[in-house]
Ligand binder design. Structure first.
Ligand SMILES: NC(=O)c1ccc[n+]([C@@H]2O[C@H](COP(=O)([O-])OP(=O)(O)OC[C@H]3O[C@@H](n4cnc5c(N)ncnc54)[C@H](OP(=O)(O)O)[C@@H]3O)[C@@H](O)[C@H]2O)c1
Length: 260
């Protein structure tokens, strides 16, 4: 079996950049997302750069059978996971009670359910290849999120789960890192219906930079990687702020964004 790095959500944004970074460091890739044309375009680009051509799989990762489908495809192609990068995810802006419920539950399926199953499904092959798991959370994992409540909560789960898994898999030689980016200009903002305000612009980092930071932290075996100095400072200061105040400020900010 040929070892590969499985990357979800590689058709755009941070996932595509993570694919470029892993490929540049000599990892062979298995890329998953729904838009096959984008995955093929990225595979062409990586192959044209003299790297092994990534395998691609067009798949909706909200589907319950998605992780089993990935396992079957890997096996059928003579591949095994040496690293798993759970990057695919999306958010939704608006009051949770007003947003479409099925869409929010679909977000939980993608951001939590599939991420959890893919984190656990390949532990034996990750251990065999002395690889690991890179899960993409967010700085919002450290906050309650009025106006984006379900999204923030999914990322809090990713952070908590990944930190615990880091400890649990330590003894098996499997590294687990959770990457927490701040705002990154990608398709994410349009998909989630977010407005980018001044605070977000101040904290923003480009997707390629975030991917480099995530890769470096992962290879060094870091548990939590917060991308960017200002984001690290914010995460460090947050526990000092009472939640009642935080909720008022964040709720007010979302209302202003919604009005504008
Ligand atoms: N951008 C930010 O400000 C930011 C900040 C912190 C954390 N993050 C996190 O970073 C990760 C990547 O986000 P991004 O900013 O790169 O967003 P993006 O540009 O919208 O890319 C999202 C990726 O996820 C894939 N995806 C979405 N739904 C999917 C589904 N049902 N099945 C399979 N693939 C699916 C998309 O591919 P297809 O549409 O082709 O399926 C795409 O490749 C997410 O987990 C996000 O929560 C983003």
């Amino acid at each position: 079996m040929k070892p590969v790095t499985l990357i979800t959500g590689a058709s755009a944004g941070i996932g595509a950049e993570l694919a470029r970074v892993f490929a540049a460091h000599g990892h062979e890739l298995f890329l998953v997302a729904r838009r096959e044309d984008r995955l093929i375009g990225l595979a062409d680009e990586i192959a044209a750069g003299g790297r092994p051509r990534p395998a691609v799989l067009a798949l909706d990762l909200e589907r319950r059978d998605a992780p089993a489908r990935i396992a079957t495809e890997l096996m059928a192609r003579g591949l095994e996971a040496a690293n798993v990068v759970n990057n695919a995810g999306f958010g939704l802006s608006g009051a949770a009670a007003d947003l479409d419920r099925d869409e929010q539950l679909g977000m939980i399926d993608l951001n939590i359910r599939t991420l959890t199953e893919l984190s656990l499904a390949f532990v034996d092959s990750l251990a065999r290849n002395r690889g690991g798991i890179l899960n993409v959370a967010s700085v919002v994992a450290f906050l309650p999120g009025p106006g984006m409540a379900v999204y923030y909560a999914t990322k809090a789960y990713v952070l908590s789960f990944s930190e615990a898994l880091h400890r649990e898999l330590d003894g098996r030689g499997v590294r687990v890192t959770v990457l927490c980016p701040g705002p990154v200009p990608t398709e994410f903002q349009a998909r989630s219906g977010m407005r980018v305000d001044r605070v977000a612009k101040l904290l923003a980092l480009p997707a390629d930079g975030v991917a480099q930071i995530g890769y470096r932290g992962f290879m060094r075996g870091k548990r939590v990687v917060v991308a960017g100095v200002l984001n690290r400072l914010a995460v460090w200061l947050l526990p000092l702020v009472p939640h009642a105040l935080l909720l008022r400020v964040l709720g007010g900010r979302r209302r202003t964004q919604a009005r504008s």
